[in-house]
Design a protein around this ligand. Structure first.
Ligand code: SAM
Length: 352
């Protein structure tokens, strides 16, 4: 066998569906990669201005993983069974040259789904470059369809239309169908639920409504602020009758519903009212190179030190395997009034 063919075969063998299970027999299938802790929005529930102001100590450049370091971690994760990779942040599109990272990840044999979660603010300008680089899909966060509510939530005066332009650009560039993520907060954007459902019905875009979660410690989360998924479904069902759709695969976070009239689907992510830890197959890599095995973790495991110590790829994969096989967290299943007060890392830091 000659060089390139041998290399491709070796890579395929490494990417063979090896299953590394944690203590609860959950495989590692998804990796979320936060490429920056910075964001150009100051969403009230995620990066409130009072805490993420001009004097906030964001990561310095040397602290943030370089693209080649991210690529090494992703390659190692793929050898352990990861098939889905999602770039997130902070706001991933504020990281300069992100399409170069996408292009390098797109060449990794074994990744079946390479996606990006973004607030959409820079998407109109970048959609084509991302598509050309090999991105498969994009998810856009959008919490309301009316400017007063949306601007109140993003807290930087960003208008809805520019996010809609980003969604249209992504569809035109072929990185659709776009999914829209909407975090619902009691008393702030409940009305946006039927607005968004109505707007995207029949367009091929699926809106996924997310229960407001107690990630991080800065958003002043209270259970009263959560609109339970059953209530969201009831509101939409009253306007446009729905029926449940079976999950596509183990670990699918959204429960899916389709409109009975055939106008498409919606999803709900009920991480508070119906936790799904038992099916959680996700690991998270923070922008500074720590692996978190739970969105609600209070600490991560440093890989940056290992990456910069000259460690081989095989040893890196071993370190990752050891982390995963020792994993036992299931915060949402155990959530009680007591655990709600535990220290937790911010969502903007480890990526949603
Ligand atoms: N900046 C990108 C964006 O806006 O999509 C990616 C990062 S953001 C942290 C990822 C997702 O997390 C967004 O859809 C955001 O709405 C969601 N999110 C942030 N804080 C949340 C919370 N407390 N509860 C539920 N979802 C939250």
């Amino acid at each position: 066998m000659r060089g390139p063919l041998l290399a491709a075969t070796m890579e395929l063998m490494q990417a063979a569906p090896l299953t590394v299970l944690d203590t609860l027999r959950r495989p590692m299938r998804d990796l979320r990669v936060s490429v920056t802790d910075r964001c150009n929005f100051r969403c009230l529930y995620c990066m409130p201005k009072e805490l993420f102001g001009a004097d906030h100590a964001f990561l310095t450049r040397p602290e943030v993983l370089r693209f080649d370091e991210i690529e090494r971690v992703v390659r190692a994760a793929v050898t352990l069974g990861v098939r889905k990779v999602r770039l997130t942040g902070g706001e991933p599109l504020v990281r300069r040259g992100l399409e170069e990272l996408v292009a390098s990840l797109a060449t990794i044999v074994g990744i079946e789904d390479l996606s990006l979660t973004t607030n959409g603010s820079l998407l109109a300008a970048k959609a084509q470059a991302l598509a050309d680089a090999g991105l498969h899909r994009v998810t856009v966060s959008l919490d309301a369809l009316d400017d007063p509510t949306f601007m109140r939530m993003n807290d930087v005066g960003f208008p809805v239309q520019r996010v809609l332009d980003g969604i249209a650009a992504a569809e035109a560039a072929g990185i659709g169908p776009v999914k829209v993520n909407t975090v619902v907060r009691r008393g702030i954007n409940e009305h946006a639920v039927t607005d968004l459902a109505g707007h995207f019905r029949g367009t091929g875009t699926t809106v996924r409504f997310i229960e407001y979660m107690d990630v991080g410690a800065t958003n002043g989360w209270r259970l009263d602020d959560v609109v339970p998924a059953v209530e969201l479904i009831a509101a939409i069902n009253a306007r446009w009758p729905l029926e449940p759709v079976a999950a596509d695969y183990r670990g699918e976070v959204a429960s899916r519903y389709r409109y009975r009239d055939g106008a498409g689907e919606i999803g709900v992510i009920s991480s508070v009212s119906e936790p799904f830890c038992g099916d959680c197959t996700r690991a998270r890599l923070s922008a500074d190179g720590q692996i978190f095995t739970c969105l609600f973790a209070s600490s991560g495991h440093d890989l940056r030190g290992l990456l910069r110590s000259g460690m081989t790829d095989a040893s890196l994969a071993d370190a990752l395997r050891a982390l995963w096989t020792g994993r036992e967290d299931r915060y949402s299943d155990l959530r009680t009034l007591e655990t709600v007060d535990r220290p937790r890392v911010e969502m903007s830091f480890i990526g949603g």
